[in-house]
Design a protein around this ligand. Structure first.
Ligand code: NAD
Length: 498
């Protein structure tokens, strides 16, 4: 059985703790590898290597640091098929979707090729008599990233690309469900010219996360995962004086106004609700048609489309989506569907009995569509993270907008309408971080920043884009005066610029 270790000081190393976790192929349900779970000593080795490498890397001029990413982007493109197949074999998403996962990370690597420009500071000449003032951005030192299973290429790159481009060393603790692509990314970064020790992958579970949170030499922690863990990581990291950005779960609504193009809206809901088996933090899991006529017409369009969805293993190029990540996830999703029925929602498309022929032990979940869902139901309140779309009927625009505004999560939201005034009012009033106007999944591109509000995000700086440069650097401001003035004697009153 293949055992996956860690990536420390520029090379793969075997695990030594004796603790392992099983890696599954979600399509077959079979264990395909054992993952070593790091001990405290292994994390310490990674920190020691990072400490040794970081000062030299920070002193490397930013153009040279950028060149590593130019080469890395080339390597990602050259290895795209291999990486996508590897990703699919542990995650379960279709190979085409895995390419999307990789490309959305690659785009952040392209963004940080601009690091010489992005890190330029500010300068004021003549801030006072003979005084210049300037602000520079310096790396934090050693950063760590703790990532979820659902984007094992994209989210690690969202973190390590800006962190490393800014001159930090970085320790990645990927999800223990699908660690193989993160390990390959570290190897490709070395091939691209990154000095050893600047990027390490420490595989592990809660104990490695706690080790990172408690380590005095790690100055910044970026986390993406479920909300309870995000809030725990944020509290523990900040209590120890680390900077932290922690992104959590979601329940993204799409409001469909009576004037919307219903064909477009229905297609958007299918892709955004069921793509990647609903295992996306920006998936739409709640559709809110406004008015009974809109709701009836929307349901009439959705039902045949949901029934026609093709489920298959990642290797089936014609599949719309693959299995979910684990048996536990499959059981949780099916349990919530049962709860929805018990609580009185109408299961308009029932995927509960779906079995994938030839893959009976795989973690497949048939497509489900609920109508007449209400805000008190578990399927509305909780993140299902599966191929289940809930329709909540609203009587008016105000009733519709109140739903996502009152929900504890605030990652993404969308409105479908032809009315510019409604769209403008919506974008202005809604208390959610990422807004789509006739766009179902409004994930910002690499040069803007990504992040939600409310329980979807803890901390104040978002991922990638301009915020990431701020997160992975500290500002230092220098006030300098050269000769003469200081020789004329001490100054006792506050200098003011009148
Ligand atoms: P998860 O919270 O179970 O795991 C995330 C990371 O935390 C993993 O690396 C895991 O090893 C670690 N972890 C798990 N339990 C822990 C514990 N008790 N203490 C310390 N660390 C622990 O999340 P997941 O199931 O891998 O990912 C799915 C979740 O991630 C969903 O809730 C999804 O919405 C969210 N997500 C959010 C975003 C976003 O940007 N807001 C993006 C992607 C995924």
């Amino acid at each position: 059985m293949n055992e996956i270790g860690h990536f420390i000081d520029g090379a793969r190393v075997a695990g030594t703790s004796g603790r392992t976790a099983d890696i599954f192929n979600p399509a077959t349900g079979q264990v395909t590898a054992k993952l070593a779970l790091a001990s405290e000593a292994e994390l310490q080795r990674a920190v020691d290597a990072a400490k040794a490498a970081q000062p030299g890397w920070a002193a490397t001029n930013p153009q040279r640091r950028a060149r590593v990413f130019i080469k890395f982007v080339e390597l990602l493109n050259a290895h795209m098929q291999e990486l996508a197949e590897l990703l699919s074999s542990e995650h379960g998403k279709t190979v085409e979707d895995s390419k999307g996962d990789i490309v959305r990370g690659l785009e952040v690597c392209e963004f940080v090729i601009g690091i010489p420009h992005l890190m330029k500071g500010e300068f004021t000449e003549g801030a006072g008599p003979g005084i210049d003032m300037y602000s520079i951005r310096q790396p934090v030192g050693i950063g760590a990233g703790i990532t979820p299973f659902n984007f094992p290429a994209m989210i690690p790159m969202w973190m390590f690309a800006p962190a490393i481009a800014c001159g930090n060393a970085f320790i990645l603790k990927p999800s223990e469900r699908d660690p193989s692509v993160p390990m390959r990314l570290a190897e490709l970064m070395m091939e691209a010219g990154l000095p050893k020790g600047v990027l390490q992958v420490v595989n592990g579970d809660k104990s490695s996360v706690d080790g990172i949170l408690q380590h005095p030499d790690i100055g910044a922690v970026s986390f993406v995962g479920s909300t309870p863990i995000a809030s725990y990581v944020y509290a523990e990291a900040t209590a120890r004086g680390k900077r932290a950005q922690c992104f959590g779960g979601a329940k993204n609504h799409m409001i469909i106004m009576p004037d919307a193009d219903l064909d477009q809206a229905a297609d958007a809901l299918i892709g955004a609700g069921y793509g990647s088996a609903g295992e996306r933090c920006m998936a739409i899991s709640v559709a809110v048609p406004v008015g009974e006529a809109t709701a009836d017409a929307l349901m009439a369009k959705l039902i045949p489309k949901v029934e026609a969805l093709k489920i298959g293993p990642a290797t089936d190029a014609s599949a719309d989506y693959g299995p979910v990540v684990t048996k536990a996830a499959q059981q949780k999703i099916l349990g919530l569907v049962e709860k929805g029925i018990e609580e009185g929602a109408t299961l308009a498309v029932d995927g509960r009995s779906f079995r994938m022929q030839g893959y009976e032990d795989g973690f497949f979940v048939g497509s489900c569509l609920f109508d007449h869902v209400t805000p008190d139901m578990a399927i509305y309140r909780e993140e299902i993270f599966g191929p289940v779309l809930s329709v909540v009927r609203a009587a008016s625009y105000e009733d519709a907008i109140a739903l996502p505004m009152r929900h504890e999560y605030g990652n993404g939201v969308a409105i479908y309408t032809r009315d510019g005034d409604a769209a403008r009012d919506f974008a202005s009033r809604i208390n959610i971080g990422m807004i789509g106007i006739n766009v179902p999944i409004p994930t910002p591109l690499a040069y803007h920043s990504f992040g939600g509000w409310k329980k979807s995000s803890f901390g104040d700086l978002n991922q990638h884009g301009p915020d990431s440069i701020k997160f992975w650097t500290r500002t230092k401001t220098v006030t300098s005066r050269w000769p003469s003035g200081i020789k004329s004697g001490a100054e006792f009153s506050m200098p003011v610029m009148r």
